[in-house]
Design a protein around this ligand. Structure first.
Ligand SMILES: Cc1cc2nc3c(=O)[nH]c(=O)nc-3n(C[C@H](O)[C@H](O)[C@H](O)COP(=O)(O)OP(=O)(O)OC[C@H]3O[C@@H](n4cnc5c(N)ncnc54)[C@H](O)[C@@H]3O)c2cc1C
Length: 382
């Protein structure tokens, strides 16, 4: 019997396995993963210093434990090279594997800006547990960190590394924290919160080069001529869904691998979910949507065709210096932000022309309004 093959051992891949085994104990399952296959929760990577957790502390289970618990074969450090759609098999570096059904849970790649300089190879990005292990090692005995990018990952690391005693400089060309997720007043509250921890912002310029300085330092050169000195540089510029393999195999892709509401791609017996997927136009690189997707897909794989529903999907940003919860309005929404504010407590409501609440951003004490607002918001994909 050909197995169901899952590519990816992140939260998407392993949650499909877990949900599927609740419904079907027998059908053979194989997980293929390019990394070491340990089960972990990626959101915890940006709280490791606050909670004093090493990469090993954050690993919840070894691949062997996952294999045993869910009756699944986990093959680690295997980079899948391609998909033979007609032959129903995945191509491995020097082998292939037949599948009955294939699940793509490939995640997203970090996007690194085109930097110059002789120290570009030393710029870190932290997108999985193995990266995190290397990053923590590099920070041993160091004091100063430069973070490129003030989005969710950059701001969370700025808070966490400050809690860990590091001096943090953060470069954000769009001029404020979380510029793509928050309206200005909320961004500024987060900025003030992080400043109280000592984070120094370089708002406006782009990072252009990273050079070796003296005594093991790295010099990050900005487009306004500023030279930021630190011992470690972390890039947190952005993520791009991993679509190349699907595209080469002839699957339809856009920003992500295109699926319908049953997580079915354009190819027969191939499904996608998590950060790599674009589900009926939604690319949502967060945990709540992937959990909903994993539950629905498990049912479909077990024979009960099931569409995923996305309810209200709030994102909690882990910047305890200024707590944030945001429910971004859907990408094409027309409307305006309505802001009320008391110091760092910001309530920003995004309303459509007819007054309907379409999204919100809350900071500081205002995060307490989350549950009330969630009841008022329409489901993202009912
Ligand atoms: C620091 C940080 C903090 C975050 N905090 C939050 C948060 O607070 N809340 C929230 O909702 N979201 C948060 N996120 C986002 C969330 O973690 C992701 O949406 C989620 O983990 C994505 O899971 P995934 O399984 O889709 O992808 P991944 O975890 O990236 O897994 C992809 C898997 O595919 C494998 N793979 C890829 N290509 C191949 C190949 N060719 N062959 C074999 N294997 C392959 C990889 O090895 C990996 O196992 C955070 C992300 C980061 C980086």
């Amino acid at each position: 019997m050909k197995p169901i093959v899952v590519i990816g051992s992140g939260l998407a891949g392993f949650n499909v396995v877990k949900e599927f085994r609740k419904l079907d104990k027998e059908t053979p399952l194989v997980v293929l993963t390019a990394d070491d296959g340990r089960s972990y929760s990626k959101p915890m990577l940006s709280t490791g210093f606050t909670k004093e957790k090493t990469a090993d502390d954050l690993a919840m289970a070894s691949p062997e434990q996952v294999a045993e618990q869910f009756n699944v074969t986990v093959r680690t450090h295997v980079h899948v090279a391609g998909i033979d759609v007609d032959g129903h098999r995945v191509l491995l570096p020097d082998d292939h594997l037949d599948y009955s059904k294939l699940v793509l849970a490939l995640g997203a790649d970090t996007w690194t800006p085109p930097l110059e300089g002789d120290a570009v190879g030393e710029v870190f990005s932290v997108n999985d547990l193995m990266d995190y292990g290397r990053f923590r090692e590099a920070l041993q005995g160091k004091r100063r960190v430069t973070i490129l990018g003030g989005g969710l990952i950059g701001c969370e690391f700025a808070n966490d590394l400050s809690n860990g005693g590091f001096e943090v400089a953060l470069v954000e060309p769009m001029g404020r924290c979380l510029p793509l997720l928050l309206p200005r007043a909320a961004s500024e509250a987060v900025g003030r919160g992080l400043e109280t921890l000592g984070v120094r912002f370089h708002f406006g310029p782009l990072a252009q080069a990273v050079h070796h300085g003296d005594d093991g330092t790295l010099i990050t050169e900005l487009s306004d001529g500023t030279r930021v000195e630190s011992e470690v540089v972390l890039s947190a510029i952005g993520l791009r869904p991993r679509i190349d393999m699907a595209k080469e195999a002839g699957l339809r892709t856009n920003r992500g691998i295109l699926t319908d509401r049953t997580l079915r791609t354009s190819a027969e017996d191939i499904y996608a979910l998590g950060d790599c997927a674009e589900v009926e136009g939604h690319v949502l690189p967060y945990v709540l949507p992937l959990m909903a997707s994993a539950r629905a897909l498990a049912k479909t794989l077990a024979g009960e065709e099931t569409a995923v529903s996305y309810g209200v999907m709030p994102v909690t940003i882990k910047t305890p210096a200024c707590p944030v919860v945001v429910c971004p309005p859907p990408a094409d929404s027309e409307g305006e932000w309505e802001v009320t504010q008391q110091e760092n407590d910001v309530t920003a409501l995004f309303r459509g022309a007819d007054g309907t609440l379409l999204g919100y951003a809350l900071t500081g004490e205002a995060v307490k309004e989350k549950l009330k607002l969630n009841k008022e918001l329409p489901a993202l994909m009912p």
